[in-house]
Design a protein around this ligand. Sequence first.
Ligand code: ADP
Ligand code: MG
Length: 233
Amino acid sequence: MNEERLCQPCEVPITDKLPPCPLQCKSPKCKSYKKRAPIDSTKTPIVWILGGPGSGKGTQCDKIIAKYGFIHLSTGDLLREEVRSGSERAKCLTAIMERGELVPNDLVLDLLKEAMLQHAEKARGFLIDGYPREKSQGIAFEQTIAPATVIIYFEAKSETLTKRLLGRAVSSGRADDNEETIKLRLKTFLDNNDQVLAQYPDKLRRINAEQSVDAIFGEVQKILDPIVARAAA
Ligand code: ADP
Ligand code: MG
């Protein structure tokens, strides 16, 4: 009698699958395959948008969405949304934040990955806004999801950032747009940012964010136009 050999991760007979796990057998029964994020960042560009608080990430993301139809994901928004949802995970999150601690990287990454997978089929590209905040987050993202296609960094002086955030505070109603919190956020950002940037010399594009919104978007388009054209080719 011929004993059927089963593939360990998905328990499908090995003969049913070509190539076998952990390659891309694409069997819906394959646990290994399901864990893989089906995002190919050469076809669906993944753009990390980095810059200090107030550097204009949100402003430029709006313009990028309007022109390129990318999906915009901000980890801050995802976390705030999760807290509102009242899920089990949200209860942990609220408890952590009430203790004033940092949310674990794994949780942030899970939220990002889930949101990306929801849109994976139809997305023309992804804008990841304000992530990674530290070196280890960048490494984990690329290992778990997919390599970033390009990294855009909006560079501006601390005085400029503070001035803009105080301006935004008037209309945003965000509790963290006050002078004391701004100082802390800037310090946290500056402490981590150089290490994040140093990790990606080849993918990094720096833009002077002291310019007008339209001048900055002009530079953004020079970076994204060829990437979008290559992805569509
Ligand atoms: P971030 O998302 O990086 O924190 P925002 O896009 O929310 O930054 O911008 C913060 C504030 O700065 C907003 O009030 C916005 O209108 C203003 N702002 C953004 N880009 C510019 C710019 N190039 N010049 C002047 N003000 C800007
Ligand atoms: Mg923002």
